[in-house]
Write a protein that binds this ligand. Sequence first.
Ligand code: HEC
Length: 170
Amino acid sequence: MFTKKRVFKGLTWVLGIGIVALVVIQLIPIDRSNPPVVREPNWDSPATRAYAERACFDCHSNETKWPWYSYVAPISWSVADHVHEGRAKFNMSEWPSGEGDEAAKTVQKGEMPLWEYTLIHSEARLSETERQAFVAGLQKTFGSEEGEEAENRSGRTSAEADDEAGESDN
Ligand code: HEC
């Protein structure tokens, strides 16, 4: 029979085990390192860099600002995953790297910055005007997928950049 007393005892156990589990998972180590900045892209303007710093750097650079909740498991796992995956795809502190030619498109389509990031980071929410200016700056800095070459990529073609990216992946 489910007497009040037994239900209460059961709930106390569940709560107790939950608390112990929460404490134990804090002990799992998480890599929150910020490696040195090697080389930044050749920004077309300081404004483009400023937008990137506002909306992208936390996940796509080595200058991540790790917030307090990145020290609290299990939220920290998700934050660290985003940063590690983001840096692997496109790192603006270790240029040339990854899929820069897709950057403008991801912002244009609203895929980046990740929406869950903008929930907390209001500074990463761009107005329509800001977004258009940023997209234009990203296209000038990184080129775009449509084969439009970045103006100041020191003469490298995107095929060369892809080759290099491919090699470092192996
Ligand atoms: C909260 C972390 C986070 C932020 C902030 C963020 N990104 Fe990403 N980004 C990711 C992750 C994770 C991936 C890889 C998985 C995916 O594509 O969703 C990614 C992938 C990418 C890629 C590779 C192509 C693709 O779609 O997979 C590009 C390019 C990119 N991001 C550009 C940007 C730009 C530009 C900004 C700033 C406007 C930005 N990101 C902000 C986490 C982030």
